[in-house]
Design a protein around this ligand. Sequence first.
Ligand SMILES: *Cc1c(COP(=O)(O)O)cnc(C)c1O
Length: 385
Amino acid sequence: MTDEFLPFSRPTISRAAIDEVVACLESGWITTGPRVKKFEALLKTYFSAPHALTLSSATAGLHLALAALELKPGDEVITTPMTFAATLNTIVLTGGKPVLVDVEPDTYNMDVARLAQAITPRTRAIMPVHFAGLPVDLDPLYALADKHGLRVIEDAAHAIGTEYKGRRIGAFGDIQVFSFHPNKNITTGEGGCVVTRDDKMAEQIALLRFHGMDREAWNRFGKTGSQHYEIITPGYKYNMMDIQAALGLHQLPALEGFIRRRTELAQRYRESLADWPQWTLPGTPPYPHRHAWHLFTPLINPETAGMDRDAFMQGMKERNIGTGIHYRAVHLYPYYREHFGFKRGDFPNAENVSDRIVSLPLFPGMSDADQDRAIAAMADLFGRK
Ligand SMILES: *Cc1c(COP(=O)(O)O)cnc(C)c1O
């Protein structure tokens, strides 16, 4: 093989973004400052939201949104097993008990029809995950949340640019948390943000993200700020740097183009792989939506493929094609088995997905030829003529 390795994801960073990072480094102000303020203003406009708070990661955002709920021991938070571990980890870190609802077999999103039976008098919040950028069925979810007085923290790590019934995720509802990790639809290196329309929630997150201080450092040392600050509560150190925001300022305006290309590539996979018995392709929900195509994740059919998911990934790697696993069901990790008594059989749809799912290469900088090479490698591996 002389072809170079095709990764499953790679960020697209423009020359203008690189120049902005250099300008930031040369400006004398590299941590939270004017570029973060500007990026937050762009995010507020993008989401038509009064509050968009940048952070060091989406994990930090989930952590702070949950911390602001001040959970009592035994309080329950409902989420999905088909997610990144951070969704459940942050529930546990803030003193909550994760309660899981199985996913739909084809969209891998939380099956909202099963949500009502998971609600108990101890339930405080629901954390849906918009898997791969496909929106969860939010109308019935918010109807249940309203009926029971529950908060909703949407893990929107995959979902910047996703739309549900004509409305952008982040432009309505309670709290949304977005990720700017390099694999996600836009990146700031590491980074994330929380979007909300709740003034009190925004105030608490602003306080908790920077030591519980009543004023941020750049204000204190600026011309107009006072030298003093007060500690209102012991907080965390989750602020975004201006170096990161410098990237974000150029990534957000590029998002529409990124999603357009991701959508084209997803459509090409759909068409190319449609009649392959080795794959079951991701399903589409009946309600109007725009998929942000963070991931393209079919399920392998091991009998017809002649191999399981892990053997497929190894075979692709040997053919210089990267793939990923998003995700193995979180309830089956040792910590969650041991501390919450979860076991195989609890969430059969999630377990079926967990065993068979694979992320194929998908990123805006990928050419048609790159994709054709990935598909040819699969055909070779499966022995298709
Ligand atoms: C990536 C991801 C996170 C965490 O995002 P970070 O910015 O890396 O902390 C949380 N939830 C889901 C579903 C993710 O994919």
